[in-house]
Design a binder for this molecule. Structure first.
Ligand code: ADP
Length: 193
């Protein structure tokens, strides 16, 4: 099994790079943002609860996303590995993920952290908002709130995995192919160990 976390602030390119990585390495993509948006589209009680936080640019409560990830892991017993995108976003989520993977006799092998300047993030997200249909990408105040949540609660998650020497920083600016090649180079290094 090979389990990867693709990490970085909103707009850092996690979704774009995830699509390419899962097809190259045969991983199952677990993106909490996408899972939450499916719940909203299906108008489930979980989706309705999540929406009230997402519309403000705040994180959804830990127990909600941890429960979703736990079910997704159980639903894929034969996976060759998972790519976590947008999760874990808090220390509590990181600890819960480590426990869930340990129960399955596996763990996180690598965290790849995309680094992008704040002005570039805001311009990418506003641009995405023109076509994505995502209400949280249209309003600059909500975008800034999401980036603030990232600094306040999420960036420390990298320190959690840094303790285990599992984090590699990747420059997230440049062409999609250049960034993809940098990500693949780190994965290749890790897999050959
Ligand atoms: P982005 O990273 O570009 O903001 P996502 O699709 O990953 O987009 O997340 C959109 C929103 O969904 C977040 O702003 C947050 O409200 C919620 N969300 C996604 N993943 C999590 C998570 N792991 N914990 C809490 N909230 C989450």
């Amino acid at each position: 099994m090979f389990n990867l976390i693709l990490f970085g602030p909103p707009g850092s390119g996690k979704g774009t790079q995830s699509e390419k990585l899962i097809s190259k390495y045969g991983l199952i993509h677990l993106a909490t943002g996408d899972l939450l948006r499916s719940e909203i589209a299906a108008q489930t009680p979980l989706g309705m609860e999540a929406k009230s936080f997402m519309d403000k640019g705040e994180l959804v409560p830990d127990e909600v996303v941890i429960g979703m990830i736990s079910s997704a892991l159980d639903a894929n017993p034969d996976a060759g590995g998972f790519l976590f995108d947008g999760f874990p976003r808090t220390e509590a989520q990181a600890e819960a993920l480590d426990k869930l993977l340990k129960l399955k006799k596996t763990g996180i092998h690598l965290m790849l952290a995309l680094e992008v300047s704040e002005s570039e993030l805001i311009s990418r997200l506003l641009n995405r908002g023109k076509t994505s249909g995502r209400s949280d990408d249209v309003n600059e105040d909500i975008i800034r709130a999401r980036i603030a949540e990232y600094h306040k609660k999420t960036s420390a998650v990298a320190d959690h995995y840094r303790k285990f020497d599992k984090v590699k920083q990747i420059k997230g600016e440049g062409s999609i192919e250049e960034i993809f090649n940098s990500l693949c180079a780190e994965i290749g290094r890790k897999k050959s160990l």
